[in-house]
Design a protein around this ligand. Structure first.
Ligand SMILES: [Zn+2]
Length: 152
């Protein structure tokens, strides 16, 4: 991927419960990657997201940023994909996840000079429930004029 000109936020879509130990999250991400690689009829080359934020707020590298992601159908060009583990239609992101998302996203906006108008959620680009209503409402507030992203 030559550069990043937009950022899209996702949720996993599976409710999170249980262990957030490093090994448990590593297994969960390996399963997501397997699902993406075995996808039919169009398998992905690798996990579709560039970064994943787990319930403890740890940030995992998914697909290396030098490669285009596979996270918004037909809109992956120059699009950095960040996924938060959980289903935010039925649960809320953890405070640790939101703190990580906030600082990481601001950092990436500054690094790539992405304006707040180019920070999306999946459902704003495609018809989908992703990233769930609880993360969607948080993203709307964060991008509002008083929000963290607007001031990035
Ligand atoms: Zn999504």
């Amino acid at each position: 991927m030559p550069t990043v000109s937009r950022i899209t936020v996702h949720h996993e879509g599976n409710a999170f419960s249980g262990s957030d130990e490093y090994s448990a999250i590593a297994r969960r991400l390996a399963n997501i990657r397997e699902g993406h690689i075995r996808r039919r009829p169009e398998p992905f080359a690798d996990i579709g997201y560039h970064f994943i934020i787990d319930p403890s707020g740890r940030i995992w590298e998914g697909r290396p940023i030098r490669y285009q992601g596979a996270h918004v159908e037909a809109q992956n060009e120059q699009n950095l994909g960040i996924m938060l583990i959980g289903n935010f239609d039925v649960q809320r992101p953890t405070q640790a996840q939101l703190i990580s998302l906030e600082s990481f996203l601001v950092d990436r906006m500054r690094f790539y000079r992405v304006p707040v108008s180019r920070v999306y959620t999946h459902r704003e680009l495609k018809s989908t429930a992703c990233p769930g209503r609880n993360l969607q409402s948080w993203m709307i507030a964060a991008r509002s004029p008083a929000g963290t992203f607007a001031r990035a």
